[in-house]
Design a protein around this ligand. Structure first.
Ligand SMILES: [Zn+2]
Length: 83
């Protein structure tokens, strides 16, 4: 369980790097979209219903807020890249 969390923070670190951020932007990966359901809450890793991405609406809201922050950070990184 902690293994997937470690990997997620690794990805977050990579996205902070401009080169990787550009790579992700160019590849247009589904990184910015809600992930597909996998039976596990994508936010707290609690058990979720088969067709649910999150175990509860609170987790969905937290994930969306974090995702919005990440998108904004990516946009800011894109601007500072030129400065
Ligand atoms: Zn959850």
């Amino acid at each position: 369980m902690s293994d997937s969390i470690d990997r997620a923070s690794d990805v977050a670190e990579m996205i902070r790097s401009n080169a990787i951020a550009n790579h992700f932007a160019n590849a247009k990966l589904s990184q910015d979209k809600t992930p597909p359901p996998n039976g596990e809450c994508r936010w707290c890793s609690a058990e979720a219903a088969n067709d649910a991405v999150f175990c509860c609406s609170e987790c969905a809201k937290d994930w969306q807020e974090q995702n919005a922050r990440r998108l904004k950070a990516k946009q800011i990184a894109g601007h500072t890249h030129y400065g």
